[in-house]
Design a protein around this ligand. Structure first.
Ligand code: AMP
Length: 283
């Protein structure tokens, strides 16, 4: 497995592979790898011949009061985890390779970026879309994969890739959970023992919501019952629990008429947790 740190070295490697007729896949991450990230590597390896994992803690997607400084940076441990996987290259650019002096351009995706995470983290999706756009153009990858866990992020990325005519297949990796159902996240390590126990309720409360919605419950009432239960479980704040159209992310109301999805974010202390589940209509 190679480690590269510059755009030039990355492009030389990818050009050589593509010159040999090989398809190249990219797994963008911010490192602190867990089994959710590793599943994306296995998943994309079934679709391409060579896999690159990028590791870059992107300052542009963190708000002024967020955890940029504290975000775990564990490059050597990450590379050790990837060594046993179908990963051919780790691309870990320094910040001034990604954002050299004089950098001015941003990728803004309207509408789909505004609610949910966008409302709670102003500027977040501009940072995500800009860095992912750069990573796709730097690598010239044939395919890239993103997790279902960050469902709105996936929608934002699909939108700008289509709008900007970027030739890259965007794949979705299923959400990977810990044993008690908590969605794996690099931020779970911020939780203390009490918070970690409460966090395990998140997934179960969303399962209850999915069941209630599938049973014909009023969707707004299902959301409210779920948010109330999370607060009773000990969450400090529920940022949103919303049942949305899986394509447009528009909120759904009334009773379930076609497949939907719940997106949710809740806080334990200063740690924000995300979760999401599909809500299929009964056959
Ligand atoms: P991050 O390092 O948090 O930016 O995440 C990098 C990629 O891993 C994104 O596409 C995430 O959606 C994905 N990811 C994060 N957590 C999980 C998980 N629990 N299961 C599957 N994919 C995940």
């Amino acid at each position: 497995m190679k480690r590269v740190h510059s755009i030039k070295d990355l492009r030389d490697l990818v050009s050589a592979w593509q010159g040999d007729g090989l398809r190249v896949g990219l797994v963008p991450t911010m490192g602190a790898l867990h089994i959710g990230h590793l599943s994306l590597v296995h998943h994309i390896a079934r679709h391409v011949d060579r896999v690159i994992v990028s590791i870059f803690v992107n300052p542009m997607q963190f708000g002024a009061h967020e955890d940029l400084g504290a975000y775990p940076r564990t490059l050597d441990a990450d590379c050790a985890q990837l060594a046993d996987l179908p990963c051919d290259c780790v691309y870990a650019p320094p910040a001034d390779e990604m954002y050299p002096a004089g950098f001015k351009t941003q990728v803004d995706v309207n509408d789909i970026s505004v609610d949910y995470e966008g409302a709670n983290r102003p500027g977040h999706f501009t940072g995500v879309a800009t860095v992912v756009c750069k990573l796709l153009l730097q690598s010239r990858a044939d395919a890239a994969i993103f997790g279902e866990k960050d469902f709105q992020q996936l929608a934002v990325i699909r939108r700008f890739v289509q709008d900007l005519d970027i030739e890259c297949d965007i794949l979705e990796g299923p959400l990977v959970r810990e044993a008690d159902g908590l969605a794996c996240s690099s931020r779970n390590q911020y939780l203390d023992t009490r918070q970690r126990r409460i966090a395990g309720h998140f997934n179960r409360r969303l399962q209850d919501l999915v069941q209630a919605a599938a049973d014909g419950g009023d969707l707004r009432a299902c959301e409210q019952a779920c948010a109330k239960a999370l607060l009773q479980d000990g969450f400090d704040k529920v940022d949103y629990v919303t049942i949305v159209d899986p394509d447009t992310l528009e909120p759904r109301t009334g009773a379930l008429k076609s497949d939907a999805r719940v997106v949710a974010a809740a806080r334990l202390g200063t740690t924000r947790l995300l979760d999401t589940m599909a809500i299929p209509v009964a056959p």
